[in-house]
Ligand binder design. Structure first.
Ligand SMILES: [Cu+2]
Length: 256
């Protein structure tokens, strides 16, 4: 019995030794395998897909962001560190240069069908927050609009005189009537203008504001915030908590 065990043990030892010898004398055969393995693993780990607007939303496969519906983009994540924080206003401000001079006086229509000049009627001498929506959107526009509504309510309590503007990125579908219904659905109060118009005019406006996209479904949940009196402009992520947006807006309103 013990002999058999010893025999088997010796056999195993021999095999193990032989294997070790093969690796030792033939490193060319063994080494590339281990190298390839070690090369492969981190590569797979480093390949991620992240939402451009929600860097904390990541996936190992391509797809859409569950929060905003935007297509995930491939990113290489060097260390396996914690996800990058959502860019807050400070970062955005640093990268952002914008001025009232860039805003054209585009002929637009509001949700009541009134013709307006975009700059002189909606921006001039005011503090404004502008977002970009379309009424048939099923992804980010409803939460964007609901967030704007919360912002309007909270700002109303503080007595801040800030105008909200929602510009349609789909003006051929979004007639003033449609925008009116959309505004009503979200309980938009006075001081919140929904903007549409001729497609060519609105496209030009969106380009001037730096938010034009080829496909309306790719529109970004961005809010442009500006104080035309002082010329201060910033932009922020439109799905931030209302409190964060209110802070950015009131800072802009009181900007000297
Ligand atoms: Cu949308």
């Amino acid at each position: 019995m013990t002999d058999t065990v010893r025999e088997n043990f010796m056999k195993l030892l021999t095999i193990a030794f032989a294997l070790g010898l093969i690796c030792a004398v033939a490193p060319i055969r063994c080494a590339p395998v281990t190298q390839a393995q070690s090369r492969q693993k981190p590569a797979r780990k480093n390949l991620r897909y992240a939402c451009p607007m929600h860097p904390d939303v990541t996936s190992s496969k391509p797809g859409k962001c569950p929060r905003c519906g935007m297509a995930l983009r491939m990113v290489r994540n060097a260390p396996e560190a914690s996800p990058t924080p959502v860019p807050e206003t400070k970062d955005a401000e640093d990268l952002f240069s914008f001025s009232s001079a860039r805003i054209p006086d585009t002929k637009v229509l509001d949700q009541n069908g009134n013709p307006l000049n975009f700059y002189s009627d909606l921006i001039k001498d005011k503090t404004v927050a502008i977002n970009f929506i379309f009424t048939t959107c099923t992804t980010i526009c409803p939460p964007l609009t609901a967030t704007f509504r919360r912002v309007q309510q909270e700002l109303g309590k503080t007595g801040q005189n800030v105008h909200l503007i929602s510009v349609s990125v789909d003006p051929s579908i979004d007639t003033p009537e449609r925008l009116h219904d959309f505004a009503a659905k979200f309980n938009a109060g006075p001081g919140w203008t929904f903007v549409t118009g001729e497609k060519a005019e609105i496209d030009g406006l969106l380009r001037a504001l730096g938010v034009a996209v080829a496909d309306k479904n790719d529109h970004t949940p961005l809010i442009l915030i500006g104080n035309d009196v002082t010329g201060f402009w910033t932009r922020t992520y439109g799905l931030s908590p209302p409190a964060t947006l209110i802070k950015t807006i009131t800072d802009a309103a009181s900007h000297k």
